[in-house]
Design a protein. Sequence first.
Length: 209
Amino acid sequence: MTSSTPQAEFWRGDFGNAYTDRNVASPAQMQARLALWSEILSHTISAPPATILEVGANLGINLRALRLLSSARCLALEPNDKARAILVRDGVVAAEDVCGGLASEIPFPDGAADLAFTSGVLIHIHPDHLAASLGEIHRCARRWIACVEYFSDKPETIPYRGHEERLFKRDFGGLWMDTFPDLRIVAYGFAWKRVTGLDNLTWWLFEKP
Ligand SMILES: C[S@@+](CC[C@H](N)C(=O)[O-])C[C@H]1O[C@@H](n2cnc3c(N)ncnc32)[C@H](O)[C@@H]1O
C-alpha cells in the first residue's frame, strides 16, 4: 500500500487545497492546454480515444480542454477531495467517473480508457513509487499513454515552493520506454514557456502494442 506517503498527504491536505484554489481554468490557461492537446491528439488520428483517463487531474484544466477537442468520455483519478468536488460540480467529469486514490493503486479496471495520461503528476511521486504508478497507468490504458512532465537528463530532486522531497525530475519518457520496452514512441515535444504559456513541459505519446 502506498496510500499514505508523505507526498500523497501533501496533496490531500492544505498544500493540495491551496494549489486547487490557485489553479484557475482561465482563458489563457485553457488556450495553452488546447494548443498542447490539439498537437498530442493529432497523433492519435488513426484511433481517436473514446475514453480518456487523467491520473492526477486536479480541477481538470486538461480534461476541460480535451472535452472541447474530443467527444471522449472523461475519467479522472485525483487524491484531493476539494479538486474532485470541483471536477463534478463543473461538469468536467461525471460523478461516477471520478475516483479518489493514487497512481500507484488506480481503482479503474484494466483497459478502462483508450488514452491514459499524467500531466505534472509523475514529478510529484517519490521515485520509490514510480514503478507501481507506471504499472497502474499502463494497466488502465487500452491503447495510448501520454506523459507531460518536467524533464531532466538525470534524476534530480528540487525544492518545490519551499518544500523538500516534493518534486522529482527525470527523463520520464525514457523511464516509460525502459519499463515497458514494447511501447512505441509515437510523438514527443516541448512546450516552451516563452511561446506556449506552459511551464517548459516535455510531452511524450506512446502506443501499446
Ligand atoms: C501539479 S498538479 C497537476 C494537475 C493537472 N494534472 C494539470 O496538469 O493541471 C498535481 C496533481 O496530481 C495530484 N497527485 C499528487 N500525487 C498523486 C498521485 N500519487 N497519484 C495521483 N495524483 C496525484 C495532486 O493532487 C494534484 O491534483
